[in-house]
Design a protein around this ligand. Structure first.
Ligand code: SF4
Ligand code: SF4
Length: 305
């Protein structure tokens, strides 16, 4: 049994697949999307966040720090390198001025929390969604969680960028009930500029997953396309995405997600500049026009979700 690194478990989610869901956030992602809503999910190791404005100067963290630091001022910095009890300071902070992001958990621990809400899944047609970060970056741990879902009769979804070994992606497709597959930018060089990686592997993996699904051996697929003005809505971009979706060997549903900047505060908290500056949300008419491109090619499409 392996341990995974998880940075959040959110209950009663209605945006990560059908019905009421519990979303389990895996920490670590190979991509660095400019619009990432969860920048705390990118680094594949635990991190500490400080909110100095909440500190009540109680001194608890100083007593707990094995390196005799002043955590309220330096927790999470290079001074913590070599800490034998990383996050001990945050564990005793009564004011949530220090927050540990990322906790090692076993699949049994994660699923113990997920299973508490079984009645909601049964009533709503929901289940659990593994998201992140990139769940496939912790493949063994993900497969252990999925095996418990199968054994317990809980429907599972996996939200992925598709950047993974094809063999692993196909195994995850067989072990889960739904794959939420992100399609970001169709032009590979612009995909690299916006996410840090080219898209050939992502597109070929999606074709392989669709082939497996067409044989009835794999989960259903929802294609999720964030629409980000100036990034993936240049002339021809959305047509290319719609063509690609229509060319896959299995019918799938597409979801167009309008860009929003609600994660801006998270970047501020991390002391980082918001990467997309002042990009605005796309107008409703723009979203409708984009949806029409998919409908015209026979791909069922929804806005949002
Ligand atoms: S992470 Fe460790 S060394 Fe750093 S402030 Fe917290 S307890 Fe001290
Ligand atoms: S434990 Fe929290 S509130 Fe107390 S001094 Fe440390 S950071 Fe401030």
């Amino acid at each position: 049994m392996s341990a995974g690194l998880v940075f959040d478990i959110r209950k009663f989610s209605i945006h990560d697949g059908p019905g009421i869901r519990t979303a389990v956030f895996f920490k670590g992602c190979p991509l660095h999307c400019l619009w990432c809503h969860n920048p705390e999910g990118i680094a594949p190791f635990p991190e500490l966040l400080r909110r100095p404005e909440r500190c009540v100067d109680c001194g608890s963290c100083r007593k707990a720090c094995p390196l005799n630091l002043d955590p309220a001022r330096v927790a999470g910095s290079a001074a913590c390198r070599g800490c034998p009890d990383f996050g001990a300071c945050a564990a005793v902070c009564p004011a949530e001025a220090l927050q540990l992001v990322g906790r090692r958990m076993s699949a049994e621990e994660v699923m113990g929390i997920v299973l508490r809400d079984r009645p909601f899944y049964e009533e709503s047609g929901g289940g659990v969604t593994f998201t992140g970060g990139e769940p496939l970056a912790q493949g063994e741990f993900l497969l252990e969680c999925l095996a418990i879902c199968r054994a317990e009769g809980i429907r599972s979804a996996v939200d992925t960028s598709g950047w993974a070994a094809e063999e692993l992606l196909l195994e995850v497709g067989r072990a889960s009930d739904l794959i939420l597959y992100d399609l970001k930018v169709m032009d590979s060089e612009r995909h690299r500029a916006a996410t840090g990686l080219a898209n050939e592997l992502i597109l070929s993996n999606l074709r392989a997953l669709a082939r497996q699904a067409a044989r009835g051996a794999s989960a259903g697929i929802y294609l999720r396309l964030p629409l980000i003005p100036g990034i993936n809505d240049l002339p021809g971009d959305l047509e290319a995405a719609a063509e690609f979706a229509a060319s896959l060997e299995v019918p799938l549903e597409a979801y167009l997600l309008p860009y929003h900047d609600s994660a801006r505060g998270k970047y501020r908290l991390r002391g980082e500049a918001y990467p997309l500056g002042s990009v605005s949300a796309p107008a409703p008419e723009r979203m409708s026009a984009a949806a029409a491109l998919f409908e015209a090619r026979g791909v069922p499409v929804s806005i949002g979700g």
